[in-house]
Design a protein around this ligand. Structure first.
Ligand code: HEM
Length: 129
């Protein structure tokens, strides 16, 4: 097994009219992933330039920890809105693919707590309100 942290992106194709729906679903997400053993970080990345894909960034102590989450009840609960049939508005994403990586170098600014910084950054309206 690799000693490197494991990073998996879910790459979501989201038609323009569904962006707000997607962001609202994430704003109401279950918050199960952060309870998982080996979980380190999550970010929902809204595209600004260079791509129109949304990226869901997740970082784990190892690939085994990630795999355990994907096969867990918590993964299902964390995707309740994404997987509901007949939910209002239909699926927000028209496509999805997973990219995975080993983190072979990492740096953080001293004292930066990325998790605290990222909490609540789910501003579906796209303004600073
Ligand atoms: C067809 C595939 C997928 C689609 C369409 C999708 C879409 C979504 C949506 C709409 C949400 C908002 C919450 C909810 O649905 O209730 C969500 C949550 C999330 N997704 Fe996905 N997702 C998929 C697969 C994945 C994969 C493979 C990963 C990891 C690389 C991932 C990472 C996450 C995370 C971390 C959350 C938050 C879960 C929590 O709060 O516990 N997703 N996803």
């Amino acid at each position: 097994m690799s000693d490197h942290p494991f990073v998996a992106f879910n790459v979501l194709t989201v038609p323009e009219p569904m962006r707000e729906t997607l962001e609202e679903r994430f704003a109401k997400r279950a918050g199960e992933v952060e309870k998982m053993d080996g979980f380190e970080h999550f970010e929902l990345l809204r595209p600004v330039a260079g791509t129109d894909k949304y990226l869901v960034y997740t970082r784990w102590k190892s690939k085994d920890h990630f795999d355990a989450w994907v096969n867990s009840m918590q993964f299902g609960k964390g995707h309740a809105q994404a997987s509901q049939d007949g939910r209002e508005g239909g699926p927000a994403a028209s496509g999805s693919e997973v990219w995975s990586f080993e983190a072979i170098q990492t740096a953080d600014a001293a004292g930066v707590n990325r998790t605290a910084d990222a909490v609540g950054v789910t501003d579906a309206a796209g303004d600073d309100a």
